[in-house]
Design a protein around this ligand. Structure first.
Ligand SMILES: Nc1ncnc2c1ncn2[C@@H]1O[C@H](COP(=O)(O)OP(=O)(O)OP(=O)(O)O)[C@@H](O)[C@H]1O
Ligand SMILES: [Mg+2]
Length: 368
């Protein structure tokens, strides 16, 4: 219900959050629900676990979009779910082909031995390529909604600042610094670097810097376009987290970063919440222990197994109580921003059925 409102009319849904919290799972689940509502939906995903990738019909190589074979009941007649894997290197190569002043110039860059290393090693390059691919696919007009899974970032800001960071890099300041005339004349003269790095390396580096300079305008324009798309009402950011202190602190941090940059925050998805069996205080847990022990004994489970099983249930309830406290505290901090909870399921989510189950929880249709 809440998510229906948040997602209404959005063309881009970004799922961001700390490592391992469930961004990829939630992205797939959102995609399947949106397709069930009749949209042409693309989930742009990053490194899904092998079995989930298989369930989505993703090939091991390449980043082309494929239609996901949803079960009969899983899709509205005019809806469709597509999935594509994000491959930063392929995206970067296409970008070079498109933005280099000539085909020859593009080929020279792509064949440059340093290019491949640089394109994956530059800080923020991966995040930038995620946005670049988003931009390409959004511009294609083939989809009503694109759900963007995001790479596990050490720092959420890498993602938000990637376009600017990469254009600055391509502008060539870092490369030019290495090649600046002063280096040749200075005490740590060119010959010194030459000796350490090799003549061929320096030639490759300087060619790459020159090649990138020719693409600066194109990079800057695309970065500005994608930044504008992300900041507009066509986009919403969902922050995925789990109800434990550290990932919650990261979610808080990201939430504040979105606010500072005036980017559209849609809501928090708190995933893997321990289901609760009783409400509230420690006394409730004591009663739960006694009840469980009695029920187990009545069912013929002998002591000490019954006592131990009851104790485990109480430990589990303590985790559920702690999750509840953490979520309540989150609610107090972010005020009216919607919070949607998804319970910790009994199994990993690696097939379409699991994805659909998470989707039902996201949209409040799970019942029970
Ligand atoms: N609600 C859930 N209940 C049980 N298991 C879950 C749930 N959500 C996700 N998982 C499992 O947790 C693991 C991590 O999920 P996922 O890969 O979606 O996280 P991620 O945030 O994309 O991770 P990464 O940061 O590494 O990309 C997976 O094995 C997934 O099946
Ligand atoms: Mg992931």
């Amino acid at each position: 219900m809440i998510l229906d409102r948040v997602l209404d009319g959005r063309q881009v849904v970004v799922c961001a959050g700390a490592g391992g919290v469930g961004k990829t799972t939630v992205s797939a689940a959102l995609g399947s629900q949106l397709a069930a509502r009749g949209g042409r939906v693309l989930v742009l995903t990053i490194d899904p676990a092998r079995r989930l990738a298989g369930a989505l019909g993703l090939p091991e190589h390449g980043d082309e979009a494929h239609e996901v074979d949803l079960p009969q009941s899983g899709c509205a007649p005019d809806g469709s779910l597509h999935a594509a894997m994000l491959d930063a290197q392929l995206t970067f190569d296409r970008l070079v082909l498109e933005e280099a002043p000539s085909e020859r110039a593009a080929e020279r860059i792509l064949a440059n031995p340093i290019y491949r290393q640089v394109s994956s090693a530059v800080a923020g390059a991966h995040e930038y390529m995620a946005m670049e691919r988003l931009y390409e696919l959004h511009a294609s007009g083939r989809y009503d909604v694109i759900v963007l899974d995001t790479p596990p970032s050490r720092n959420a800001l890498d993602f938000l600042e990637a376009p600017g960071r990469l254009t600055r890099f391509v502008e060539g300041r870092a490369l030019r610094f290495l090649l600046r005339p002063g280096m040749r004349a200075g005490r740590l003269g060119f010959s010194m670097i030459e000796r350490i790095a090799g003549v061929a390396f320096l030639r490759d580096l300087s060619e790459l810097a020159a090649g990138f300079e020719g693409m600066y305008d194109g990079f800057a324009r695309r970065a500005a376009d994608v930044s504008a798309l992300l900041a507009s009402g066509r986009t919403t950011f969902l922050l995925v987290t789990v109800p434990q202190a550290e990932p919650l602190a990261e979610a808080d941090f990201f939430w504040r970063a979105l606010r500072e940059r005036e980017l559209p925050f849609g809501g928090m998805i708190v995933n893997k919440v321990h289901p609760s069996y009783v409400e509230g205080a420690p006394s409730a847990r004591t009663r739960l222990r006694a009840k469980a022990k009695r029920a187990l004994r009545d069912a013929g489970v002998p002591d000490p197994a019954a006592a131990r099983a009851a104790e485990n249930l109480v430990h589990y309830q303590a985790l559920a109580d702690r999750d509840r406290e953490n979520i309540d505290a989150l609610e107090r901090r972010i005020g009216s921003g919607p919070i949607v909870e998804v319970p910790l399921l009994d199994h990993d989510v690696h097939d379409l059925e699991g994805v659909a189950a998470v989707g039902r929880h996201l949209f409040g249709q799970a019942g029970g």
